[in-house]
Ligand binder design. Structure first.
Ligand code: C2E
Ligand code: MG
Ligand code: MG
Ligand code: MG
Length: 288
């Protein structure tokens, strides 16, 4: 604003930018100790099988209950946590809490043969990928909780893996060999070479919400339909499952089911919520 006003940019105040800077500063100083103060909590959003509508698991989404600012979404503090290095202990905490939660769900819903035990998806930031403790921490958490590796899916964004060299992929390969699923999150927003997919130890593609949004109208734009159809068939030919995010309407769900997507997540099914909510959803689901 100062620039466009053409005046002295040191004199023209931008109250909005100031407010942002103050908030940022406030968060920067309170973030490092927020984990010790127990201010983070996790919400879970169900992952639903598009074929039969059953709940198959959930994605863990972290929130920060800030004493002054209230509940903050991860977009507000994850970049900061990455910048300050807090993401490593925070990510480890999220992983442990989520896997513990998954064990509890599995204890209560282990018997549903048709659906199988509930699974848990946890997001990994690029900083965690390069942290040398990732594999060992994950192994330790799975052993401590007694949860099988195939109950866990780690989500890594497409952009984090663009141009990844073998050193970066090595820990993911180790985890994949153990039976942990790796999902490519926000797929379609980066610029990854589709042929590159073969090189990555991923077993799930999570189609970005932008594709789901383009399925809003019925019938959807024919070019968008073709693109999603192409991605799904490529994914399936590489033995990757396809999950879609951001499903907000029944029409979107139906369109994406017809296009062959496997699993869906979005407000149409449920918003992210407390862990008890998943018990209820899975239970309703199991009893019809
Ligand atoms: P993501 O992994 O792509 O997660 C999906 C986001 O879409 C979540 O936002 C979720 O609340 C939102 N969402 C789900 N269904 C719908 C829908 O139907 N419509 C719309 N408009 N949005 C929907 P959220 O919870 O704000 O998380 C944002 C991002 O923060 C996540 O994107 C993920 O990249 C990151 N994140 C969340 N938790 C963690 C974590 O524990 N560790 C790390 N490293 N990143 C995390
Ligand atoms: Mg995710
Ligand atoms: Mg995503
Ligand atoms: Mg996303």
């Amino acid at each position: 604003r100062a620039k466009s006003a053409g005046g002295n940019r040191f004199e023209l105040a931008d109250p909005e930018a100031d407010a942002r800077a103050i908030t940022r500063h406030g968060l920067t100083t309170s973030l490092p100790t927020a984990l010790d103060r127990g201010e983070f909590f996790i919400e879970y959003q169900p992952l639903v099988h598009l074929g039969d509508g059953s709940v198959r698991g959930a994605e863990a989404l972290v929130r920060w209950l800030h004493p002054q600012h209230g509940v903050l979404s991860p977009d507000r503090f994850i970049p900061l946590a990455e910048h300050t290095g807090l993401i490593v202990p925070l990510g480890r905490w999220v992983l442990e809490q989520s896997v513990r939660q998954a064990r509890e769900w599995r204890e209560r819903h282990g018997g549903e043969e048709a659906v199988g035990p509930l699974r848990i998806n946890v997001n990994l930031s690029p900083c965690q990928l390069t942290h040398p403790g990732l594999v060992q921490d994950t192994v330790d958490i799975l052993e401590r909780t007694g949860v099988e590796p195939d109950a866990l899916c780690l989500e890594v964004t497409e952009s984090a893996l663009i141009g990844a060299d073998d050193d970066l992929l090595k820990p993911l390969r180790r985890l994949a060999e153990m039976g942990v699923d790796i999902a490519l999150d926000d797929f379609g927003t980066g610029y990854s070479n589709l042929a590159n997919l073969r090189r990555l130890p991923v077993s799930v593609l999570k189609l970005d919400r932008s594709f789901t949004q383009s399925m809003q109208q019925f019938p959807a734009d024919p070019v968008d339909l073709k693109i999603v159809e192409g991605i799904v068939s490529l994914a399936h030919s590489l033995d990757l499952a396809v999950t879609v995010e951001g499903v907000e309407t029944g029409a979107q769900a139906e369109q994406l089911r017809l296009l062959g997507c496997d699993t869906a997540q979005g407000w149409y099914y449920a918003r992210p919520g407390p862990p008890e909510r998943l018990h209820e959803l899975a239970l309703v689901d199991a009893t019809g």
